[in-house]
Design a protein around this ligand. Sequence first.
Ligand code: MN
Length: 229
Amino acid sequence: MPLDEYRRKRDFTGTPEPDGVAAVAAPQDGARRFCVQKHLASHLHFDLRLEHHGVLLSWAVPKGPSLNPADRRLAMPTEDHPLAYADFEGVIPVGYGAGIMLLWDRGAWVPEVPDVDAALEKGDLKFRLEGTRLHGSFALVRTRGFGRSSRPGWLLLKHKDASASATDIVASHPDSVRTPGAGFAEMLASAFPESWRTEPPAKSGEAGRAYARLIAEVDRRRATSAGRG
Ligand code: MN
């Protein structure tokens, strides 16, 4: 069944993520949704999702999308997500994907191939994005895997077109596209799991340092508002 893997990985009593049971109305214009979430979990990454056959096909992109045709961004396939995920952002306190997720871009995608299933099977999907931040023609191309790993990876590429740019779009737009001005700190402050003081989703490395900084920021905001009250 579609979404079996998505549901098996999650306990919906513990996560605010959609369970995918409620039907989601199709856009009136018949457009296919896409979204990109910025997700600080055990590591920072971005999740690219494209609507196809009633689910969101998903890839985890460690460095995030790029508008620069010179960049080749690794994109690892992950389980299909429910359509309701296209608007999701929030704090996942425990379990699979625990961390902070903000909606980084959303809009419509348009296949630039006659048959999406055949393109996925072949490992070469060309498509156009019409988002708030991402525009123009891209491709997802399957590779034979990296290093000693035989796990097939994909590369997310930007084609040369009027939307191509050397601007680092991920750096220039750190915040939510759904909640303007909200970054990880704002999202965490509004739904802080106290358990993260002793058990943050990552304790070491870059992500570990990010959680330490963000938790200190939550405390600083609380002290400021307590002082004001
Ligand atoms: Mn993710």
